[in-house]
Design a protein around this ligand. Structure first.
Ligand code: NAD
Length: 364
C-alpha cells in the first residue's frame, strides 16, 4: 500500500528522534511492501526563524493532504521570551485546532524490563498498563476569553475553562470505545466538587455510559487521581479527562514508564473503532529537551512507538504496529538502554544506535 505522511521534526531533540522514527517506518515499508511518501515541513521555533510564524498555512495544507502527521517536538530557550508575539507551542495548538485533533491518546505501559529503572517501587508499578484519553482542543488552553489587561490596581490575566456538552460527549465516547477493546473499565477524571465545567463533564459522562453497559465507569477527582497514579497504578485501564488535567497527569504517569522518552501519543480527529482509519497526528509526549539536542543522547523509543500508533489508528496496519512494539521489547530485553533508562549491567547506546537496533529487529 502507499501512504502520504507529513513529517514535522520541530526543534531540539525533535529532529534527532524523528530520524529514528522514519528509519523504523522505512524498515516496515521494506518488510511489508508499503511505500511511505514523506513530506517535510517546519513547525515551532524552526518555523518562526524561517517563516516568521510557528506554523505556516502551506504546512497546514500539506498536513491536511496527508494520511497522518508525524511530529518531533517544539520549543527551546531561544524562543522563550514571554513577551514574544509568537511562541513555538502556538504551532502545536494551531495544528490541533485546525486539524480537529480533539482526542489525545497516551498509553502508559510499564515494561517488565524497565521495572527497576524508575524512581518508584517495582512492586507498585509492575503490571501497570493504562491509556489516558485527554481532550485536546477545548478547556483552559483554547476557550475564550483568554487575555491579559491592565487595571488601576495592576495587571490581570484570565484563561477560561469552558466545555460544551458536545465536546465532552465526543471525548468520553473515545474513552468508552477504547475501554471496550481493553479491560472494559473507564475512569472519568474531573474536579466536580469545585468546578461547574466538571459537573457538566460528570453528568454527560453518566449519560453516555447508558450506551455502554458493558463498560464499568467510575469518577475520580483530579487531585485523588494524581495520588492514585503513583500509589496504585494497576487500578487503571482507560482514563478520560479534560485538556489541562490530562497534560499534567500524563507527565506524572510517564515516570511509571521510566522516562518521558518512552511514551508515545496519538492525537485523533475521530473516535477510534476497530477497522476504521482516522486522521491523526503522532508525537512523543516529551518536549524538545534542548540540552540534549544534537548529542546523540535522546531516547527515540517514544517516537518509534508513536509510529506504531500511526500505523494502527491512521493507516489500518495493526500487524505492522505490533511488529514495532515487539521489536522495542526485544531490544530492551537484550539490555540496550539510552542514558535516561540506563541501569547497572546494561549496555548504553545513543539515539541512532537504538534506532538501528529496533529497525533491524523490524526487518526480521
Ligand atoms: P522536556 O520533555 O523537553 O524534558 C523534560 C526532561 O526529560 C528533561 O530532563 C529531558 O532531558 C528529558 N527528556 C525528554 N525527552 C527525552 C528523551 N527522548 N530522551 C531522554 N530524555 C528526555 O520538557 P522541558 O524541559 O520542560 O521543556 C523543554 C522545551 O520543550 C520547552 O521549550 C517546552 O516548552 C517544550 N515542550 C514541548 C512539547 C512538545 O513539543 N509537545 C512538550 C513539552 C515541552
Amino acid at each position: 500500500m502507499q501512504f502520504e505522511i507529513a513529517v514535522l521534526p520541530g526543534d531540539g531533540i525533535g529532529p534527532d528522534v524523528i530520524t529514528e522514527g522514519i528509519k523504523v517506518l522505512e524498515a516496515i515499508g521494506k518488510r511489508f511492501n508499503h511505500s511511505f511518501n514523506l513530506h517535510e515541513g517546519l513547525v515551532g521555533g524552526a518555523a518562526i526563524d524561517a517563516e516568521g510564524t510557528a506554523l505556516s498555512d502551506a504546512t497546514i495544507k500539506m498536513c491536511r493532504q496527508a494520511d497522518a502527521v508525524l511530529l518531533g517536538a517544539v520549543g527551546g530557550p531561544k524562543w522563550d521570551d514571554p513577551l514574544a508575539k509568537v511562541h513555538p507551542e502556538d504551532g502545536l495548538l494551531k495544528l490541533r485546532g485546525e486539524l480537529g485533533l480533539f482526542a489525545n491518546l497516551r498509553p502508559v505501559k510499564v515494561s517488565p524490563m524497565l521495572v527497576d529503572s524508575t524512581n518508584l517501587k517495582p512492586e507498585v508499578i509492575r503490571g501497570a498498563d493504562f491509556i489516558f484519553v485527554r481532550e485536546l482542543t477545548g478547556g483552559l488552553y483554547f476557550a475564550q476569553p483568554k487575555k491579559r489587561w491592565e487595571t488601576a490596581k495592576g495587571r490581570m490575566a484570565t484563561d477560561s475553562m469552558t466545555y460544551s456538552e458536545q465536546e465532552i460527549e465526543r471525548i468520553v465516547r473515545v474513552g468508552f470505545e477504547l475501554a471496550r477493546l481493553r479491560r472494559k473499565k473507564l475512569t472519568s477524571v474531573d474536579k466536580a466538587n469545585v468546578l461547574e465545567s466538571s459537573r457538566l463533564w460528570r453528568q454527560v459522562a453518566m449519560e453516555v455510559a447508558k450506551e455502554y453497559p458493558d463498560v464499568a465507569l467510575d469518577h475520580m477527582l483530579v487531585d485523588a487521581c494524581s495520588m492514585r497514579l503513583i500509589q496504585n497504578p494497576t487500578y487503571f485501564d482507560v482514563l478520560v479527562t479534560e485538556n489541562m488535567f490530562g497534560d499534567i497527569l500524563t507527565d506524572e504517569a510517564s515516570m511509571l514508564a521510566g522516562s518521558m522518552g518512552m511514551l508515545p501519543s496519538a492525537s485523533l480527529a475521530g473516535v477510534p473503532k476497530e477497522g476504521v482509519r482516522i486522521f491523526g497526528m503522532y508525537e512523543p509526549i516529551h518536549g524538545s529537551a534542548p540540552r540534549r539536542a544534537g548529542l546523540d543522547m535522546a531516547n527515540p523509543i517514544a517516537i518509534i512507538l508513536s509510529v506504531a500508533m500511526m500505523l494502527r489508528y491512521s493507516l489500518g496496519l495493526d500487524k505492522e504496529a505490533s511488529v514495532i512494539e515487539k521489536a522495542v521489547d526485544d531490544v530492551l530485553s537484550q539490555g540496550y538502554r539510552t542514558y535516561d533508562i540506563m541501569a547497572e549491567g546494561k549496555t548504553k547506546v545513543g539515539t541512532a544506535e537504538m534506532g538501528d537496533l529496533i529497525a533491524k529487529k523490524v526487518k526480521g
